[in-house]
Design a protein. Structure first.
Length: 201
């Protein structure tokens, strides 16, 4: 590809559009055909490079929606790695960008897996204890940091379980009734005797 300009000049000098006589062109016809084939090959190589540049630039780079792009990013990187050394050098920037995207995708997926593990480790709402407060709080904090795509990748029912466990724990944590008073919530829930309400004005 680096020789394109030189080959083009040679071809222009002896090709059909050159200023040579018909006899000279005929004598150099084989060389002209060879040079033309080299130009066609270079054009095909350049077309591949240009196509991969366009495809790489078209990949959305925002975190939300990036995980689903993993297969496409990996395929593009594999395609680049299968090119000639010269083509790869022309796509060095694209290769670096794709590798960076894969790293980010890995981190985003890792966050999903981490939150999933935290939710899976929580007890069901009916079995939650006050000692689960730290784990529930950590799971909620981590969950809220996920973007929409990440939340959608959690196992079905995970968000509902977290919500139910959190609600059950909040009711349970309304504690401190030194007078052994049972507190009944607005929804009719009767809390344990050690429940108390904290009112902030």
């Amino acid at each position: 590809m680096a020789m394109k300009d030189s080959i083009q000049q040679q071809y222009n000098a002896i090709g059909p559009d050159s200023s040579l006589t018909a006899e000279q062109k005929a004598a150099l016809a084989d060389l002209a055909a060879y040079l033309k084939s080299q130009l066609d090959a270079i054009a095909a190589l350049q077309k591949t490079v240009d196509s991969l540049k366009v495809l790489t630039s078209a990949i959305p780079t925002g975190d939300d929606g990036l995980i689903v792009q993993k297969a496409g990013v990996q395929n593009l990187l594999t395609s680049i790695q299968g090119l000639t050394r010269e083509q790869r050098s022309l796509l060095a920037g694209e290769s670096s960008a794709l590798e960076s995207l894969l790293t980010r995708i890995g981190a985003l997926q890792g966050a999903v897996d981490s939150v999933q593990a935290m939710i899976d480790a929580l007890p069901v709402a009916g079995a939650v204890q006050k000692t689960d407060a730290q784990a529930v709080a950590a799971a909620n904090t981590a969950y809220q940091k996920l973007n929409a795509e990440q939340k959608s990748l959690l196992k079905p029912g995970s968000a509902a379980k977290l919500s139910e466990v959190t609600e059950a724990l909040l009711k349970l944590m309304l504690y401190n009734a030194p007078n052994d008073v049972t507190v009944t919530g607005m929804d009719g829930v009767a809390f344990a005797p050690d429940v108390y309400l904290v009112v902030t004005l």
